[in-house]
Structure formats: structure tokens, C-alpha cells
Write a protein that binds this ligand. Structure first.
Ligand code: GAL
Length: 343
């Protein structure tokens, strides 16, 4: 029987359609020996995030070498723009990434990213900037890797309390009350709000009397913190006895301000940070930063790399210690001059 030309054309188009759909299906079925990770960072000038992503690249490479998998990592900087981050996600998916690691610019606005990931069946590991719990529930391939902000605040408070109780000279004016200021990270960031609250509560619970002189918002940034600190010194002169900083980089900025004003060590308050960045740890070693709380970038990077591998290769994720089936919190640790060499 002779097939009419039109019918042949229709059958041909149908076959093409089936082929096209099945190749999309293959892309969607995330089981592969090639791990192509698309990373978008909220702002690559952020010191901790930069150190964390560098560790991540090392970890995923190690896993690739050990398990004979090919691994590629593409990192994009969203430069603090949610719009830019959304288009980067589209680009990374178009480039063939089969897993995304997203450091959200805007923690509370995940809708476009989740929609794109879902549509293309690409799992997402959010990291460092925690989405709200409701958003993580929107799809079963959404995860978060980070740390429990409350724990870091408690530890910073404990470090400060121990130092104050053991060194009466910290209360320079001897009034039995510690006059303090806070250098705060970005407004609305889980780590800024909770670290501050918890550090203060912990100090109070340890019986330390406190008087807040002021605070400066410095968005995790050293230069901004130096400016804010100069203003605070201008307002309160030698009254500041303790500086609680939401991260190391801002604590270093605060110390820069004292150095710039040529203040002696005796008229410089005691500083505490969080993160244990390379520069932060060095300052602890040198004794300018009294202590920090290690934000475990090594374990966070490892957890991200292992989870990414499991999700792409189709391995079971049941051995991961998830909280609510979605979140991996890696523990913080207290660092002082006594144990800094271990880091
Ligand atoms: C925090 C960290 C800060 C900053 C911030 C960015 O966990 O302590 O230094 O990197 O994340 O989201």
C-alpha cells in the first residue's frame, strides 16, 4: 500500500515529537554520572560566602575523583540583585546544569527560582541564606544547607560572658555594668536578627548586667562597619566596653576604626565575631579579636557536595540527618586564642 505524502509527513512529525519528548524526559530524570552544578551567590564580595563556595568546589571535585564522576561547577555572582539571580537560574538551567546551589539574594522571594527548577526538574540546594519553611515545602526536591543561627548567638554570648567574668578590667569604668554596641548584618537576614538576640539573652542569663549604647547596620561588610564604628565612637567616646559583631568581617571593620583613631589597646573594647574566616582566625590568633564562632564552611560545603551528588546520581538521601526532611544544619564551634590553631 502506498502511503499518501501528507500522512507520511504527519507520522514523521509525530515521531519527531515523541523523540523530543523522550529526550526532555531523559534530561528530567536526574540520574547521571555527570554532575553539573550551577551556583548563584547573593554577592561574591561577601568574604564568608566566597570561602564557602571555594570549599564547595574542592569538595565536589574530591567526590568526583573518588567516585569516578565527572563534575563541573559554574559560579555566578548575583551582585545583590534578585532579578539578576532569577535570570542566572534560567541561564544555568539552559546551560544544562542538573543541580542548582542557590545562595538567595532575597530569602523571602523564592517563587521564580522554585518555579523554574520545578518546570525543568532540576533539584535545588539553597545554602547560607535560609528560605522560609513554607517555601521549602513547595516541591520535594528543595533543600537547605546552613547552620542554626540561634546556636551561633548562644555561643557568642557564652564567649563574651566567660571573658567578662574572668577579666574585671573589661568593665573599664568599674560600674558593674557592661556598656556595649552591636555591629549588625543585613536587616532581615536570619543570622543578623537571631545572633544579636541570642547573644544578649545568653549574657543576661549568665548574670552580666548590660547597657546598650547603640548599634550600626553594616551588612556583613568590613568597610561599612568601620564607618559605623567611627560614628559610634564619636557618639560614645571611651564608654564602649564590648562590641558584639554579627560576623568577623564587621568586627575587623570595627577594629579598623579604633586603629585609625590611634586608640590604645587599653581604651579599645573587647570584640567578638562569628564565622572564623581566614582573617577572623588570624585576628583571634593575634589577640585583637577576643573570640569568634566557627561557621563551619568545611562541613557545610561537604554536606552540599554530598547531597548534590546523591540527588544527581539517584542515590538514597535517607542517611542525611535532615531536620523536617529538608534542612541540614551543621554545628558551630567556639574559637578563642586557646584553640584557634585547630582551625
Ligand atoms: C552569614 C555569615 C556572614 C555573611 C552572611 C551572608 O552566615 O556569618 O558573614 O556571609 O551569612 O548571607
Amino acid at each position: 500500500m502506498q502511503w499518501p505524502k501528507k500522512k507520511l509527513l504527519k507520522i514523521g512529525l509525530c515521531c519527531l515529537g515523541v523523540l523530543f519528548l523522550s529526550s526532555c524526559g531523559k534530561k528530567a530524570a536526574v540520574e547521571s554520572t555527570r554532575i553539573y552544578v550551577g551556583v548563584s551567590c547573593y554577592d561574591q564580595s561577601d568574604i564568608f560566602v566566597k570561602e564557602l563556595t571555594t570549599r564547595f568546589e574542592e569538595e565536589i571535585k574530591d567526590i568526583g575523583d573518588a567516585e569516578k564522576l565527572s563534575t563541573i561547577v559554574t559560579i555566578r555572582d548575583a551582585a545583590d540583585s534578585p532579578r539578576q539571580q532569577n535570570s542566572q537560574v534560567q541561564e544555568l538551567i539552559d546551560a544544562g546544569c542538573n543541580i542548582l546551589c542557590i545562595n538567595l539574594v532575597e530569602r523571602t522571594d523564592t517563587s521564580e527560582i522554585i518555579e523554574l527548577a520545578k518546570k525543568n526538574n532540576v533539584p535545588v540546594i539553597f545554602f547560607n541564606r535560609e528560605p522560609v519553611a513554607e517555601d521549602l515545602k513547595q516541591w520535594d526536591k528543595l533543600y537547605y544547607v546552613g547552620a542554626d543561627a540561634k546556636e551561633s548567638g548562644t555561643m557568642q554570648g557564652e564567649l563574651a560572658a566567660e571573658a567578662i567574668l574572668n577579666n574585671p578590667q573589661i568593665d573599664r569604668n568599674g560600674d558593674g555594668v557592661i556598656q556595649y554596641v552591636v555591629l549588625e548584618g543585613e536587616p532581615g537576614h536570619q543570622d543578623a536578627i537571631i545572633r544579636t538576640e541570642e547573644a544578649i539573652n545568653t549574657l543576661k542569663n549568665k548574670g552580666i548586667k548590660l547597657e546598650k549604647l547603640g548599634h550600626g547596620i553594616a551588612n556583613w561588610n568590613r568597610a561599612q562597619a568601620a564607618n559605623r564604628m567611627e560614628q559610634l565612637i564619636g557618639e560614645h567616646q571611651n564608654k564602649i566596653e564590648l562590641v558584639l559583631s554579627n560576623n568577623d568581617d564587621m568586627a575587623l571593620g570595627g577594629l579598623d576604626a579604633y586603629a585609625k583613631l590611634n586608640r590604645t589597646a587599653a581604651s579599645t573594647p573587647i570584640f567578638f565575631g562569628v564565622d572564623g574566616t581566614a582573617a577572623g582566625l588570624q585576628a583571634v590568633q593575634e589577640g585583637t579579636l577576643a573570640g569568634t564562632v566557627y561557621n563551619n564552611k568545611d562541613q557545610q560545603a561537604k554536606a552540599m557536595a554530598e547531597l548534590a551528588t546523591a540527588l544527581v546520581t539517584g542515590q538514597s538521601t535517607s542517611s542525611f540527618p535532615f531536620k523536617n526532611g529538608k534542612t541540614l544544619y551543621l554545628p558551630y564551634a567556639k574559637v578563642t586564642q586557646e584553640n584557634v590553631d585547630e582551625y
